[in-house]
Design a protein around this ligand. Structure first.
Ligand code: ADP
Length: 684
C-alpha cells in the first residue's frame, strides 16, 4: 500500500471546495457520470482504431444508490486507469493561487470546476470519502484502488477488480443525505445526463405485478443517446420534433415552429429551437432553453449567450465552444459568444422569413401566437427589426393580415391628412370601440386591431421608423379630426354659444379623481351622435408606457384626459342651447353687460402696463388690474352658476352626458343606476 499527498499547493483544499461551491452541490453527479461517459467514448474510439480488440461488451454506465451503506457508485466499462494514470490525472492537480481564484468566482461553481479541471474533485462537495476502483483496458494492467477522505492525503492499493473499467464510490456526507434518495438521483440524472451519448442506467425498470410494483431484469436507462439535435434534419419528421418537445416540456402546448441549428465553422453549435405558443406574460416562459456542452447539460440560464428576446424560445443549444469556465460577465464580451448570438438571431429570422414566403397562410394562422415574440424582438434589437419588418404583420378589424408595406399601400390614398401624414387608425377592443370603428369605416378608413401587450411601444417605434405617419386609436378624436383633410373645421355656432353650451355640460359632468374632461363644441353633422367622448392619444399612450417602462412614473400619475365633444349640428344640442337662452337670458343679461365692461377695462389696463418694466408699474396700477381680474372671475362664476342651475334640472343634458359616458365604458355604479332610473322615467 502506498500513501501520499495530493499535489495541491493550498493545504486542505476540500473544505474550501465544499464551502464555496455549496449552491451547486448537485453537479458532482454530472461530473462523475461525464467522466464515466468520456472513458467509455475513449474506449470506443480506440476500438474503432483497432487499438482495442474484441467485443466491448455492454457499455452501459451504472449509477447505484445504496442508502444503507450511504454510498453512490458510478461504474463504467470504459478505458479504466492504471496506478500511474491515477497518479497523473487524479493526484497531481495543480492549484495555483487557488484561494484567490475561489474567492473571485465563489458564486460560480462552473467557472471553478472548468478552470481547475476539478471535475472529479467535485465529488468531495457531497462525500466524506471517495474511492476509485479501476482496471485499465491495457494489456497486463493491474487493478488499483484509490481512496481519499477529503484531506489532501490519499491511499492507493492493489484491487481485485477483474472487469475493465472504473467504479467511483462516493461515501455521502451526513449533511448531504438527500443524495441517497434514489428519486433525487434520478431527477439529477434526468436533468444533467438526459442526452449523454452512452446509455446510463439507474436501477431497473419496474412493472406492476399482482398489485405491486416489482423490478424487472431490464436496466432503467435514463438518457437518450441520440437526441434529435445530433441527427440530420433530413432524417427527421415533424413528429420527431414534436415528440422531442413534448418530452422536454411535458404539458406545454404544441410549438408553432422549430429551427434545427447546425454549424461547425467558425464555431461548433448544434441544437433545436422551438417557438412556443405565447400569449400572455413574457416572463413566465423564460429559461426554457437548455445549454449543453457535448450533450452534457450545463445550464438553463442562457441570457448572455442568446439575445434577450430569444430567451422566450424553447429548446436546446449544444456547443463545446461556449466558454463555461469563465464568469458570466465575461461571457458577454467573448467573441465566440457574440458570433453565436448573432448567428442564432439570423437563423431565427431566416426561418421566419422562409415560412412567411413559402406558406403565408400557415404563417398568418400562427401570427397571433407569434406576434408577441416578433414584436419583442423588433423592439429590443434593431437588426432583428430590419429583417422582421418584411414579414411582421398588421391585422385589421376584419381579421385580414398585411405586411407593413402592403398596409401602407392600402391606406395611402384615403388616410393621408392635409400635412401629408399617413394616419394609421387602430382599435384595441372591437367591442368597446365599436361605434368609433364604425364611424371610421363609414369614411372608408381601415382600422387595425392592436390589442397585444407590446402594441403601445410597438406603435411608438413604428412611428419613428416609418416616415411621416401617426398612429391614432379610433376613439382619440372625432373621425374628421383623426384624419384631418382640410384646414378649417366648419363650426355652426358662434363662440359665445359654444361657450354657453360647454358651460352647461361641464357643470353636470361627474367628478372623477383620475380623469379630466375638456368640453368643446364641434360641428359633426346632423346624423352624428349629440355628445361624444374621446380620449387624448398622447396622454393615454404615455400612461400605458409608464406601466411597462421605468422612469415614466410621472406620466402614470397624470389623470386620463378626455374631450367631451358637443355636436352643434344635432337637434338636441341646438334645443338645449335655445331653451337655455330663453330661460337664462334675463338673469345673464346684466352679468354679460358687466363682463363686457370689465373685459374692456382689463384690456385697457393691460395695454397700459404692457410696455413698462415691472418696477415702473405703480402699486395702484397693479391693484387696479388684479381687482379687474377678480371681478371678471366673480362674474364668470355667477354666470356659470346660473347655467349650472339651469342644467341641473335638465334631463336631456344628463341623459346625453350619461349616454356618452356609457359609450366609453365610463358610466358605473351609482351614476349608472341613476341613468337607468331616469331612462325609465323618460319613456314612461
Ligand atoms: P477532466 O475530466 O476535466 O479532465 P476530472 O478531474 O474530472 O477532469 O478528471 C481527471 C482525469 O481523470 C480525466 O481526464 C481522466 O483521465 C481521469 N478519469 C476520471 N474519471 C475517470 C473514469 N471514470 N475512467 C477513466 N479515467 C477517468
Amino acid at each position: 500500500m502506498q500513501k501520499g499527498n495530493i499535489g495541491v499547493t493550498t493545504d486542505n483544499i476540500f473544505p474550501v471546495i465544499k464551502k464555496f461551491l455549496y449552491s451547486d452541490h448537485e453537479i458532482f453527479l454530472r461530473e462523475i457520470v461525464s467522466n464515466a461517459v468520456d472513458a467509455t467514448q475513449k474506449l470506443r474510439t480506440l476500438s474503432q482504431k483497432g487499438e482495442v480488440k474484441g467485443d466491448l461488451g455492454n457499455l452501459t454506465v451504472q449509477v447505484k444508490v445504496d442508502k444503507d451503506k450511504g454510498t453512490i457508485t458510478v461504474s463504467d466499462r470504459g478505458i479504466g486507469m492504471t496506478g500511474e494514470e491515477i497518479d497523473k490525472y487524479i493526484n497531481q492537480i495543480a492549484f495555483s493561487g487557488a484561494n484567490e481564484f475561489l474567492d473571485k468566482y465563489k458564486d460560480d461553481a462552473n467557472a471553478i470546476i472548468g478552470h481547475f479541471g476539478l471535475g472529479f474533485y467535485s465529488a468531495f462537495m457531497v462525500s466524506k470519502q471517495v474511492e476509485i476502483n479501476t482496471l485499465s483496458f491495457r494489456e497486463g494492467a493491474k487493478a488499483v484502488k484509490w481512496s481519499c477522505d477529503g484531506t489532501p492525503s490519499f491511499e492507493i492499493d492493489d484491487s481485485d477488480k477483474v472487469e475493465r473499467g472504473t467504479d467511483i464510490i462516493l461515501h455521502i456526507d451526513d449533511d448531504c443525505k438527500e443524495f441517497l434518495e434514489k428519486n433525487k438521483i434520478l431527477e439529477l440524472l434526468r436533468k444533467y445526463c438526459h442526452f449523454l451519448p452512452v446509455p446510463i442506467a439507474c436501477g431497473k425498470k419496474t412493472e406492476w405485478k399482482d398489485g405491486k410494483e416489482v423490478e424487472t431484469k431490464d436496466d432503467l436507462i435514463i438518457n437518450d443517446v441520440n437526441p434529435i439535435w445530433k441527427r440530420k434534419p433530413t432524417d427527421l419528421k415533424d413528429e420527431d420534433y414534436k415528440k422531442f418537445y413534448r418530452d422536454l416540456y411535458p404539458g406545454m402546448d404544441e410549438p408553432l415552429f422549430w429551427i434545427h441549428l447546425n454549424v461547425d465553422y467558425p464555431f461548433n453549435l448544434t441544437g433545436v429551437l422551438y417557438f412556443p405558443k405565447i400569449k400572455n406574460s413574457i416572463d413566465l416562459q423564460r429559461n426554457k432553453i437548455q445549454l449543453y456542452c457535448n450533450q452534457v447539460f450545463v445550464t438553463d440560464q442562457v441570457e448572455n449567450i442568446v439575445p434577450e428576446f430569444l430567451t422566450i424560445l424553447h429548446g436546446i443549444i449544444d456547443s463545446p465552444d461556449i466558454p463555461l469556465n469563465v464568469s458570466r460577465s465575461y461571457l458577454q464580451s467573448d467573441a465566440n459568444v457574440k458570433k453565436i448570438s448573432s448567428y442564432i438571431t439570423k437563423k431565427v429570422s431566416d426561418r421566419l422569413d422562409n415560412i412567411f414566403k413559402e406558406n403565408r397562410s400557415d404563417f398568418e394562422a400562427k401570427w397571433d401566437d407569434l406576434k408577441l415574440f416578433i414584436d419583442y424582438g423588433m423592439l429590443s434589437q434593431s437588426d432583428f427589426y430590419d429583417k422582421a419588418k418584411n414579414y411582421a404583420l398588421l391585422k385589421d378589424c376584419e381579421g385580414k393580415y398585411y405586411t407593413y408595406d402592403e398596409y401602407k399601400k392600402l391606406i395611402e390614398s384615403n388616410q393621408t391628412d392635409k400635412d401629408k401624414n399617413l394616419i394609421y387608425l387602430y382599435a384595441n377592443n372591437q367591442e368597446e370601440q365599436f361605434s368609433f370603428i364604425e364611424a371610421a369605416k363609414e369614411k372608408g378608413y381601415s382600422v387595425l386591431i392592436l390589442d397585444g401587450q407590446l402594441d403601445t411601444p410597438l406603435v411608438g417605434m413604428l412611428e419613428q421608423k416609418f416616415s411621416q405617419c401617426r398612429f391614432c386609436r379610433v376613439d382619440a378624436d372625432t373621425v374628421d379630426r383623426l384624419v384631418q383633410k382640410s384646414d378649417a373645421p366648419k363650426e355652426t355656432v358662434n363662440a359665445e354659444d359654444s361657450e354657453q353650451l360647454s358651460s352647461i355640460f361641464k357643470s353636470q359632468l361627474p367628478k372623477f379623481a383620475d380623469k379630466e374632461f375638456h368640453v368643446e363644441t364641434q360641428s359633426l353633422g346632423i346624423n352624428a351622435i349629440p355628445v361624444m367622448i374621446t380620449q387624448n392619444e398622447f396622454s393615454r399612450r404615455m400612461k400605458e408606457m409608464s406601466k411597462i417602462q421605468q422612469g415614466m412614473a410621472f406620466y402614470g400619475q397624470m389623470p386620463d384626459m378626455y374631450a367631451v365633444i358637443l355636436n352643434s349640428d344635432h337637434t338636441l344640442v341646438k334645443k338645449i342651447l335655445d331653451e337655455s337662452k330663453v330661460s337664462t337670458d334675463e338673469s345673464l343679461k346684466p352679468i354679460v353687460a358687466e363682463l363686457k365692461g370689465l373685459h374692456a377695462r382689463q384690456s385697457i389696463l393691460r395695454q397700459e402696463q404692457k410696455d413698462k418694466k415691472p418696477e415702473e408699474i405703480s402699486q395702484q396700477e397693479k391693484d387696479d388690474l388684479s381687482k379687474c381680474d377678480k371681478d371678471i372671475s366673480e362674474q364668470e362664476k355667477k354666470k356659470e352658476q346660473i347655467l349650472a342651475d339651469y342644467a341641473k334640472n335638465n334631463h336631456i343634458v344628463h341623459q346625453l352626458i350619461d349616454l356618452a359616458l356609457l359609450q366609453n365604458g365610463l358610466l358605473k355604479g351609482e351614476a349608472l343606476n341613476k341613468f337607468l332610473k331616469r331612462s325609465v322615467n323618460l319613456i314612461k
